[in-house]
Design a protein around this ligand. Structure first.
Ligand code: PLP
Length: 407
């Protein structure tokens, strides 16, 4: 029985790898493809190991590690942290957070005591659900107040943000969105926040790969105190998180407070794979990020030209890897919901999410360039809006992309 289950499991994993790795175009804005070397490290011996350098044990003694056998593990982690610090322009980094959500906790829990007041963008305006009152704030006793946005692109206006900060007097302004098209007026926000001693925490989960490549914006140099986020959305690494700051006072407060509050084991195979991706982006990041954004803007223009309803057209659609579907027009013009559209496209081997985002990070890694956006837009329009069968054409085209770029 168990042998049969094992064979079934092996067949499922093989089928998944074939389907997602070779037979679809993945336009999910939250995902990316991991480089071959990083994948190898994920499967290395590190996958089963522990290390815990410099800890304070239950009796208050400082010990250099709770484990032996860690001579290489610790150097791999140090290398990853140094690469993260260099790439994101801070002096201090940790690659231990296990995801973007855990990276958010890694910043908030040590820096903001219970009852703190935070400003964050509401999920109704494209903000991350985790910062909504019922989630992270409920667990840690924070009051959360909305940072307003404007227009279909959910932009933050500098003056409105500064007024809101002065009125609400939060301990921290948490920036970052799940629906994230345009950069923030960060210098003005940081000036207003720092004038009342509030921290500026930048959740770069969605745009981290663009920031790494010098696109979108440079949060730490523009005034954010801490940058953190997921390492697997526009950043093409293994699933995980990281946190970077240029402020030694904050890092000293933050780093020792994380172990046993936010995580213990940090998955050192993931950290080795992340280190590899950070080094790959030091080499190819600018070209990667430029391609992702140019593809998103080009795809936006072509989709719109073909009648596919998108938001923020007057603003050039996007400055990130995301495009946002105009769900009201989708309903009125094509009689479709975003979920129905996504399911229809999935049957045609084109993956987008069910909440109205299209992302160009993974197709850019596959090797698609702006000149190919008319062809991709045509498949999305025919397969999604007109309900035509395009799966065969998609598969034939997909099979011509065999090697990941920027890896
Ligand atoms: C802005 C933002 N922050 C944090 C997260 C959580 O990321 P993860 O899934 O890596 O925990 C997300 C996930 O979509 C997000 O959009």
């Amino acid at each position: 029985m168990s042998g049969e289950e094992e064979r079934r499991l092996a067949a499922l994993v093989r089928a998944h790898d074939r389907w997602r790795g070779r037979e679809v175009f993945n336009l999910l804005a939250s995902e990316n493809a991991v480089s071959p070397v990083a994948r190898r490290y994920l499967g290395s011996d590190l996958a089963g190991r522990y290390t815990l350098p410099i800890t304070t044990d239950f009796h208050g003694d400082t010990i250099d590690n709770s484990y032996t056998g860690t001579r290489y593990t610790d150097r791999i982690e140090a290398l990853a942290n140094a690469a993260a610090a260099r790439l994101f322009h801070g002096r201090f980094a940790t690659t231990r957070p296990l995801s973007g959500h855990i990276a958010a906790l890694s910043a908030l829990v040590p820096l903001l005591p219970p009852k703190s007041r935070i400003l964050a963008i509401s999920p109704d305006d494209g903000g991350y659900d985790g910062y909504a009152p019922g989630y992270i704030p409920a667990v840690f006793g924070y009051t959360v107040r909305p940072l307003p946005t404007e227009g279909p692109g959910h932009r933050v206006n500098a003056e409105v943000a500064a007024d809101t900060i002065r009125r609400e007097r939060p301990q921290a302004v948490v920036l970052g969105q799940s629906f994230f098209l345009f950069p923030y007026p960060l210098r003005e926000i940081a000036e207003a926040a720092h004038a009342i001693d509030a921290l500026v925490l930048y959740d770069g989960s969605h745009v981290l790969g663009l920031v790494a490549g010098g696109e979108f914006q440079d949060p730490l140099r523009e005034g954010a105190d801490v940058l953190y986020g997921s390492t697997h959305k526009s950043f093409p690494g293994p699933q995980g998180g990281l946190l970077v700051t240029d402020r030694e006072d904050l890092f000293r407060q933050l780093d020792p407070a994380l172990v046993w509050r936010v995580f213990d084991n940090a998955h050192w195979n993931r950290i080795a794979a992340l280190a590899q991706t950070l080094l790959e982006l030091e080499r190819c990041g600018p070209e990667y990020a430029r391609t992702v954004v140019a593809n998103a803007q080009g795809l936006g223009r072509e989709l719109s030209r073909g009648g596919f309803p998108l938001l923020a057209e007057e603003e050039g659609f996007t400055r990130s890897h995301q495009l946002h579907i105009d769900r009201t027009r989708l309903r009125s013009e094509a009689n479709l919901g975003a979920g129905e559209l996504a399911r229809r496209l999935e049957r045609q081997r084109l993956l987008i999410d069910l909440v109205g985002r299209i992302g160009t990070a993974e197709v850019s890694r596959l090797g698609l360039v702006p000149e190919e956006m008319p062809r991709l837009a045509d498949l999305l329009i025919r397969g999604g809006i007109r309900g035509e069968r395009v799966a065969h054409d998609v598969l034939a085209w997909r099979r011509t992309f065999r090697k990941l770029r920027f890896a």
